[in-house]
Design a protein around this ligand. Structure first.
Ligand code: AVI
Length: 321
């Protein structure tokens, strides 16, 4: 049986293919070379990310789930009944289940860049929670978001931004993102956000270098997309995954390192690589509680609550506008 999900396509916020090509060329012709991490998330990339979240070294997901489970009652009380829960980068929509069960919002809106993945996961939610009004919006949440007309004036909006995904923005972009998000929230609205905390290099570096090689495959999938979607002759096997802690910047950096001197074609451009030269594909910034709160306050938010897991690896904040 087909389950009802109200789908709102915010096509205009999604990069069409030529922007993907323009962005790829901009990054590959720059020095040092870079790529935008938002292009990790095609359907296969979203599946790989879902697998990363289940790797033993990737503590982030388990620590956040522990917080959401252990403090479910507290979180439900602070959010209050009848909310419109807006999940940004909803992916497999797994963590939100604990939250939905505890808070029982009236409406749920999943926002994700991967349309097929979004539809699969929101349909599953609608089937499992028949009491919930489920909406899906295919959109790039790094651009300013708007609430679909059907949800304007519904219960107070509460944005849920789990997984420390804000850490994939540069700090100035993260601040702008919080400012934009705050303007989407009406009076009484809030933001429940997960933040990965700074910790020992061993724990951090293991999380981005899992033994099963899933993060490496996730990183290389970007090059597979260049080949399949942009007609590039790039061979992902000629690049290795490299992830390390840049302590001076409090961030994990991910790179793809060329194994040899080579020339790659993309969009009619010749891109030379030296052996050992890398494409910088992602930063994952880590924040202290104080560092994150000062940025949130700068964006106009007020802190209402802060929870940690038992090992204090991760934090979840509740902020109001
Ligand atoms: C989505 N984001 C928070 C993940 C992170 O930890 O920065 C993406 C990721 N990259 C490698 N592993 C996971």
């Amino acid at each position: 049986m087909e389950t009802a999900v109200c789908f709102h396509d915010q096509q205009d916020t999604i990069d069409p293919c030529n922007t993907f090509l323009e962005d790829a060329i901009a990054g590959l012709t720059d020095s040092p070379k870079w790529a935008s991490p938002k292009y990790f998330y095609d359907h296969h990339g979203s599946e790989l990310f879902d697998r990363i979240c289940r790797q033993p070294e990737y503590y982030l997901t388990r620590a956040e789930e522990e917080i959401l489970t252990d403090h479910a009652e507290d979180i439900a009380r602070i959010i209050g009944p009848g909310a419109t829960l807006v999940e940004l980068g909803s992916g497999a929509s797994r963590k939100v289940r604990t939250l939905l069960e505890a808070t029982r919002p009236d409406h749920y809106l999943g926002v994700d860049i991967s349309r097929a993945f979004l539809l699969e996961s929101t349909r599953r939610l609608a089937a499992d929670y028949p009491w919930l009004d489920v909406h899906a919006s295919c959109a790039d949440y790094s651009t300013p978001l708007r609430l679909p007309e059907a949800l304007k004036g519904a219960g107070h909006p509460v944005a849920f931004f789990p997984g420390s995904s804000i850490g994939n923005f540069e700090p100035a972009e993260a601040l702008q993102f919080l400012i934009n998000l705050r303007s989407m929230l009406t009076e009484g609205g809030g933001l429940l956000i997960g933040i990965d905390r700074m910790k020992s290099p061993d724990i951090l570096e293991a999380a981005y270098n899992d033994a099963a090689g899933v993060t490496a495959a996730f990183n290389r999938n970007l090059l597979t997309r260049y080949a399949n979607e942009l007609g590039s002759d790039i061979d992902p096997e000629r690049f290795t995954h490299h992830a390390f802690l840049n302590q001076a910047h409090s961030r994990i950096e991910m790179h793809l390192v060329s194994q040899l001197n080579q020339v790659v074609m993309i969009g009619g451009r010749r891109i030379p690589f030296r052996e050992g030269e890398s494409i910088h594909t992602e930063n994952s910034w880590k924040y202290s509680d104080e560092g994150f709160l000062s940025m949130a306050e700068q964006a106009g938010f007020e802190s209402r609550a802060l929870w940690h897991d038992q090992n204090r690896l991760f934090s979840v904040h509740y902020l109001v506008r």
